[in-house]
Design a protein around this ligand. Structure first.
Ligand code: ATP
Ligand code: PRP
Length: 217
């Protein structure tokens, strides 16, 4: 599959790795050692010439966009925030599914706030996506950027609402928050550097096709 051209795949540890490695295995690519326990950031695989690069989830699009990795797997949330410039997104892998939502404290008068056109504070790590979402709704917001634990923000008065990912809803429930609006369904996508695809199509196209076949509908 790799031919004479080396192929580099950017993945992030945790959820994406857990849910994506079986898909890569179905495509005939298995890392030479366990990426979760290894301290190595570049790992050879069972396929000669194909290596895995382990990066932060939010850094995957950057590595692929700049051609440091040929392909990668990133959540739609990360891609929305990145903007997707300089990337193809040929396959929805259907893994790490959740939704990006607006959430408030239970009892907060969300529809009243929207109707009044009140200015609100929004805490999120998805600053750009949140700004765009509320701008489209014609709402005036101050967006406060956080790196995690967004659920805390409404509880301590840092923000009126949060924009975060929701899957089971357990995190919201545990913090007495409720989702009041969905922004986008989220799953992980295969992303590809367009220049690399042109140069290495014979190596990359079979991988894209195999992953499309292995993807969860
Ligand atoms: P970083 O290291 O950049 O902070 P992270 O902590 O967001 O990354 P993960 O929590 O592993 O990394 O999330 C990786 C991706 O998994 C997210 O970008 C999103 O697409 C998806 N994801 C996050 N939370 C959930 C969830 N609760 N259920 C399903 N998918 C999720
Ligand atoms: C994600 C997200 C929510 C939680 C939602 O966090 O940021 O906090 O999952 O999932 P739930 O609806 O099933 O509770 P994660 O567990 O990945 O931790 P993180 O904040 O370190 O990313």
């Amino acid at each position: 599959m790799a031919g004479s051209m080396p192929l580099t795949i950017a993945l992030s540890k945790g959820r994406i790795l857990d849910e994506t490695l079986p898909l890569f295995a179905a495509a005939g690519i298995v890392p030479s050692e366990d990426p979760e326990s290894s301290r190595k950031l570049v790992l050879p695989t069972s396929r000669p010439g194909v290596s895995l690069m382990i990066v932060r989830a939010s850094d995957v699009p950057t590595y692929v966009q700049w051609g440091a990795a040929d392909v990668g797997v990133a959540g739609k949330d990360v891609l929305l925030e990145h903007g997707g410039v300089g990337l193809y997104q040929p396959v929805d892998l259907g893994v790490a599914r959740c939704r990006m939502s607006v959430a408030t404290k239970r009892g907060y008068d969300w529809s009243g706030t929207v109707q009044r056109g009140a200015r609100i504070r929004v805490a999120t790590k998805y600053v750009k996506t949140a700004r765009e979402h509320f701008a489209q709704k014609g709402m005036h917001v101050d967006v406060i950027g956080l790196y995690g634990s967004m659920e805390l923000a409404p509880l301590v008065g840092l923000a009126d609402v949060i924009v975060d990912l929701v899957s089971t809803g357990n995190t919201l429930r545990a913090n007495d928050l409720v989702a009041v609006e969905d922004i986008a369904p989220i799953s992980s996508r295969l992303i590809v550097n367009p220049g690399a695809l042109k140069l290495k199509r014979t190596a990359m196209q079979p991988l894209i096709d195999a992953l499309a076949k292995a993807a969860r509908p």
